[in-house]
Ligand binder design. Structure first.
Ligand code: ZN
Ligand code: FE
Length: 256
């Protein structure tokens, strides 16, 4: 049975890098390339050799290391077909419903536009893990920059519908700020109160609050909890559609 080793490390000011290795197949992927030097240091740390970069979206803090890493290692860059022209060094374009092999693992691609027009997430069902870039964060979600609120809700909902035990690797450590906003719209949520305390304690020791899981986000993330009666009442949107509640939560977070 193949084993997918996953190594997460902080880089830039608040990004996370993630390396995946299938040792049997002798291959290693970097999820995005926020910073070539940081990815190289993490590879050296683990004694791993890079063979692939899996890009979630084109933003500089996810792709600026692509070309240097490709020049150094000859790695193959896989990325979103919806914005391939903005992804430096891209070799293979993937989109909604595509599945590709990473060693012994099937990787399923979903398009989650909104933060960027072509954002994708990678789900590895056999490893119970997904790499969601800037679509979803712990108790938060990405800013809606290139798409509509409706599109972003669709992407967030796709992640929320993955199996609850799925471990989610996200692009940024925004967790405490997200939790403080979350509690402002759902102060009566006990799981959220407890999680806010936990993540503050972790950050006080400079420890990561990620990865998270789908189950934890279902219990505490206001961008997913659009059917919460408390959130709907606080927003005055008792009878609104899920997408409209999502849009209002996102708008309030922008102004929080
Ligand atoms: Zn981004
Ligand atoms: Fe980012």
């Amino acid at each position: 049975m193949a084993n997918l080793e996953i190594h997460q490390f902080p880089c830039l000011s608040d990004n996370y890098g993630v390396l995946l290795r299938d040792a049997d197949a002798g291959i290693v992927a970097s999820i995005d390339a926020p910073d070539a030097a940081a990815v190289e240091a993490a590879l050296k740390d683990k004694g791993w050799t890079l063979t692939h970069i899996l890009v979630t979206h084109h933003h500089w803090d996810h792709t600026q290391g692509n070309e240097a890493l490709k020049a150094a290692t000859g790695c193959t860059i896989i990325g979103p077909q919806g914005e391939a022209d903005k992804v430096p060094g891209i070799d293979t374009k993937v989109g909604e419903g595509d599945t590709f092999k990473f060693g012994g693992f099937d990787v399923e691609v979903s398009e989650t536009p909104g933060h960027t027009a072509g954002h994708i997430v990678y789900h590895v069902p056999a490893a119970k893990a997904a790499f969601v870039g800037d679509t979803l964060f712990a108790m938060g979600c990405g800013r809606v920059i290139e798409g509509t609120m409706e599109q972003m809700w669709g992407g967030v909902e796709k992640v929320a519908k993955l199996p609850p035990e799925t471990v989610l690797y996200c692009g940024h450590e925004y967790t405490v700020a997200n939790a403080e906003f979350a509690i402002s719209v759902e102060p009566g949520n006990e799981a959220l109160q407890k999680r806010l305390t936990e993540v503050k304690a972790l950050r006080a020791e400079a420890k990561p609050t990620l990865p998270t899981t789908v189950a934890k986000e279902l219990a505490t993330n206001p961008f997913i909890r659009v059917d919460s009666p408390e959130i709907r009442a606080n927003l005055g949107l008792q009878n609104a559609s899920d997408a409209d509640v999502f849009a209002e939560v996102r708008t309030r977070k922008n102004n929080f």
